[in-house]
Design a protein around this ligand. Structure first.
Ligand code: 5RP
Length: 221
């Protein structure tokens, strides 16, 4: 099976977790694009979606799925999103597509976070994937210096602006042995909007696509 086929497999599996007659939270990225395409097949059974990126919102609308502002929705039962890396503790690195802040906000609202990923995303320890950090433009140098002092090697994502009008610094070299602690520490740097560690609000369920089928995983205690 190709990686694309694995993404389609987990995307279809995630439909089983969508609550009928409710609004579903939709993340961002290529795996989520497969989920949006699959969601179109049951669009008559949901009220609509909230989207973590303009790109996802546009794809949802093209399928005729109504897109709500998050502020217009009082509760969200389920949020479906991908990840760049995920551990068996359901801690993730996200933001490869730059939508980390809106993704983290929707994840915070949702009762259940269903992560969909192909098997290459499951890792023993986070950190091989460069950690994306969204930064207010005027704080770019300040945040860069703070990250260097922490032992990281931040690189500005060239020519890129987030949907919120901010910059992304992609960081290698951070030791992510305690993901919730590092998530909080990075968010405390003035000028950081958020960082791509999703550990304080981990996924509740991982649907992992492998050639032998979809593996459902919850956090190992
Ligand atoms: C976007 C994200 C994506 O979920 C993450 O990058 C995974 O993307 P893909 O499904 O394309 O591998 O966090 O900000």
């Amino acid at each position: 099976m190709t990686q694309d086929e694995l993404k389609q497999l987990v995307a279809r599996e995630a439909l089983k977790h969508v609550v009928e007659d409710a609004v579903v939270g939709v993340g961002s990225g290529s795996t989520v694009n497969c989920f949006i395409d699959a969601l179109a097949s049951i669009k008559g059974r949901i009220d609509g979606a909230v989207a973590a990126s303009e790109a996802s919102a546009e794809r949802l609308r093209k399928h005729g799925i109504r897109v709500f502002e998050l502020n217009a929705v009082s509760e969200l039962q389920v949020y479906v999103d991908g990840a760049d890396e995920i551990t068996e503790h359901m801690h993730m690195i996200k933001g490869g597509g730059g939508a980390l802040t809106r993704e983290k906000i929707i994840a915070a609202v949702a009762r259940k976070f269903v992560c969909i990923a192909d098997a290459s995303k499951l890792v023993p320890v986070l950190g091989r994937f460069p950690l994306p950090i969204e930064v207010i433009p005027m704080a770019r140098s300040h945040v860069g210096r703070a990250l260097l002092a922490m032992g990281a090697q931040p690189v500005l994502r060239e020519g890129y602006k987030t949907d919120n009008g901010n910059l992304i610094l992609d960081c290698r070299g951070l030791s992510i042995m305690d993901p919730p602690a590092l998530e909080a520490e990075l968010n405390n740097i003035a000028g950081v909007v958020t960082n791509g560690i999703f550990a304080r609000r981990p996924a509740d369920l991982l649907l992992l696509g492998a050639p032998e089928g979809v593996r459902s995983m919850t956090a190992r205690r």
